[in-house]
Each structure stands twice: as structure tokens, then as C-alpha cells.
Design a binder for this molecule. Structure first.
Ligand code: SF4
Ligand code: SF4
Length: 123
């Protein structure tokens, strides 16, 4: 009984345990992910490592797609991208009425030309 009264008193004098919306993002808040498609080299690593399968990278088409509704903002894609093309933004997306896939169009780097074998030898 004493403990319950103590807890009750603490709850009355302490601040609220929750935050009201809208509010400012707090440090470490994951929010959502964004891509700078101009940095992407379409290596597909982010798509391979994503635990939710919500990323699709098509090197031939030069497209990078994300289903934000499946994304759990774990940050794996951002941490594995060697080009730092993906970043975590500390704010949540606006609510949407319909599900849609966000498609980004970029320019995959051209494949390097094969080195021609020198005459009489191996490449
Ligand atoms: S976003 Fe990064 S990891 Fe993903 S395909 Fe582009 S370069 Fe590769
Ligand atoms: S944050 Fe996580 S779930 Fe979302 S796209 Fe990146 S790897 Fe996938």
C-alpha cells in the first residue's frame, strides 16, 4: 500500500511520460530514410541486407524503390551503403491515404570495359 501511494505521488509530481504530437524530433529518433540517388552506384547491397524486403534496386533500369509502409526504419540499409547515399531523417513521414512505392531514378555507372588480352598472353 505504501509503495502504491509512493508511486502515485511520484506520478503526480513528475512530468508526463508521453509526448504530445506534433512535437520536435528528439535525439536519436529514427523517423524515416531518404536516399540521395545521385550518390547511388546501384550495387544492390541495401536491398540484399534489408530485413523487410522493402527495397528494390534495378541496375538495368537505374531505379531504386522503397515501400515506406513496410520499412521498420532499422537503419541497416544506411549503415551498409558504402556511398552514404541513404540517411536516416529524424522526422516521421506525413500520413498517407494510399500505399505507394517511392521510385527514384538514377544513373548506374557504366561497366568498365574488359581489358583485352595482350597478344600471346593471358589478361
Ligand atoms: S543506396 Fe547504397 S547500398 Fe543501395 S544500391 Fe545504392 S550505393 Fe548500393
Ligand atoms: S531502414 Fe531497414 S527496413 Fe527500412 S529500408 Fe532500410 S534496411 Fe529496410
Amino acid at each position: 500500500m505504501f509503495r502504491m501511494g509512493k508511486r502515485l505521488f511520484e506520478n503526480i509530481i513528475s512530468g508526463p511520460a508521453t509526448r504530445l504530437k506534433p512535437r520536435e524530433p528528439f535525439a536519436g529518433e529514427r523517423g524515416h530514410i531518404e536516399i540521395d540517388i545521385s550518390k547511388c552506384i546501384f550495387c544492390m547491397r541495401c536491398a540484399r541486407e534489408c530485413p523487410c524486403g522493402c527495397l528494390t534496386v534495378n541496375r538495368a533500369e537505374g531505379t531504386w524503390d522503397i515501400d515506406q509502409f513496410e520499412c521498420i526504419t532499422c537503419g541497416v540499409c544506411a549503415s551498409v551503403c558504402a556511398k552514404h547515399a541513404i540517411s536516416m531523417k529524424g522526422s516521421y513521414r506525413k500520413p498517407a491515404e494510399h500505399k505507394k512505392i517511392n521510385i527514384y531514378k538514377g544513373t548506374p555507372p557504366a561497366k568498365p570495359n574488359k581489358v583485352e588480352a595482350p597478344a600471346g598472353g593471358k589478361a
